[in-house]
Design a protein around this ligand. Structure first.
Ligand code: PLP
Length: 388
């Protein structure tokens, strides 16, 4: 008899599992579904990175266990990138942890910092894996609402004093999944003050850090003065280099937190395949034209999609960053009912906002994850439903 631990059924799978199975059913029935519901980049990894893996795979050095905390050359490569892109200094040996994708670090951070009953502040709407990590640590979540009237930034003055005093950890994520908002440096400066004052560790999830539109590069949390004293940033190659399947991410910043993450990783993973680490270093140190190409591709898709949305009368502000758009659902629909309708009637898959938290109700998340033509077609198909 197999009985899962009590925590297991509370992990958030429901909405996305349903979305995937609904899409698969439509596809199996022969429908041409435009799937903009998930967060999976649709482009391949740039060829110079793939070539680097192929070459490294022949190197017998990499066939052994990698060093427990990963190869120094990869830690140096990410430190180099942060210096180039953000003018942030990181000590590769003490302020960098190599992760199996950002996700493992995001889920493990609560395990290494929180005791059962501690409070973690989590954005609502937000990326559901913050909840998983906090749940697995048997800690308590308190949600920080992200609303349009506040630019989808949390308002620290509205956190209940009792929650604020009990909070030990806080997640932030800009460019934001799902709302596509980007945070200014002043917000991170305010965050450092708030966190230092109340003894809260900040976890900045910078998964979409490379993707900012209209020539504006998103700011890293680590650019705020004092950021390393209060927290860490999670970075990943998944979105920046279309490497989601490769599982390469980093925790960067506070040395004490980095050593705790490394300790837990040692007990679980040892470290990524050395050949992948070599290719990841190539991604980070080679000329970054592929990143510029990727960002302009998302921007062209955004512009084409929003031009078509405006033609059909679905008005919303354009995303400032990330590869998502966050669109209000028409009156009279819940986000789930509306997403279901779009899939059934227009064969367009989108993610219901409520899957990201209660404050996501009233919105759907639409990924800029198909070609310009398909993005436009998605909008026109939706327009034919006559809802706007
Ligand atoms: N954080 C956010 C906000 C994401 O959307 C994702 C992936 O979808 C991740 C983190 C995790 O990325 P990975 O584990 O591929 O590095």
């Amino acid at each position: 008899h197999i009985e899962p631990a009590e925590i297991m059924p509370t992990l958030p799978t429901q909405f996305f599992a349903t979305l995937v199975s609904n899409v698969n059913r439509q596809v199996a029935q022969g429908h041409d579904v435009i799937n903009l519901g998930q967060g999976n980049p649709d482009q391949p990894t740039p060829p110079h990175i793939v070539a680097s893996l192929k070459e490294a795979a022949d190197n017998p050095q990499y066939h052994k266990y990698s060093p427990f905390t990963g190869y120094s050359f990869l830690k140096e490569a990410i430190a180099h990138r942060y210096k180039e892109d953000y003018n942030v200094d990181l000590d590769p040996e003490t302020e960098v942890a190599i992760l199996f994708g950002g996700k493992t670090g995001l889920v493990q951070l609560p395990q290494v910092l929180l005791n059962p009953g501690d409070v973690c502040l989590v954005p609502d709407p937000g990326y559901p894996d913050y909840w998983s990590g906090v749940a697995l640590a048997r800690a308590e979540m308190k949600f920080m609402p992200l609303t349009a009237d506040n630019g989808f930034l949390p308002d620290y003055s509205r956190i209940a004093p009792s929650d604020r005093e009990r909070a030990k950890l806080m997640f932030l994520n800009y460019p934001n999944n799902p709302t596509s908002a980007v945070a200014p440096l002043s917000f991170y400066e305010e965050t450092v003050d708030f966190a230092a004052k109340h003894g809260i560790v900040v976890a900045s999830d910078f998964a979409y850090g490379a993707i900012g539109f209209d020539g504006k590069q998103p700011v890293s949390f680590l650019q705020a003065e004092g950021a390393k004293d209060v927290g860490v940033e999670f970075y990943t190659l998944s979105k920046t280099y279309n490497m989601a399947g490769w599982r390469v991410g980093f925790a960067l910043g506070n040395a004490k937190i980095i050593s705790l993450i490394n300790l837990l990783q040692d007990h679980i993973y040892v470290s990524l395949f050395g050949g992948i680490q070599a290719a990841a270093a190539t991604a980070l140190t080679a000329p970054q034209d592929c990143v510029q190409t990727l960002v302009s591709r998302y921007q062209s898709r955004r512009d084409a999609f929003f031009a078509a949305l405006s033609e059909i009368g679905w008005d919303a502000p354009k995303p400032a960053g990330s590869f998502f758009s966050w669109l209000p659902v028409p009156k009279g629909y819940t986000s789930v009912a509306f997403a279901n309708l779009l899939l059934e009637e227009a064969k367009v898959a989108v993610a219901p906002g409520v899957g990201f938290g209660d404050h996501g109700e009233g919105y759907v998340r639409v990924g800029l994850l198909s070609s310009e033509e398909r993005m436009q077609e998605a909008a026109y198909r939706i327009g034919k439903l006559g809802l706007f």
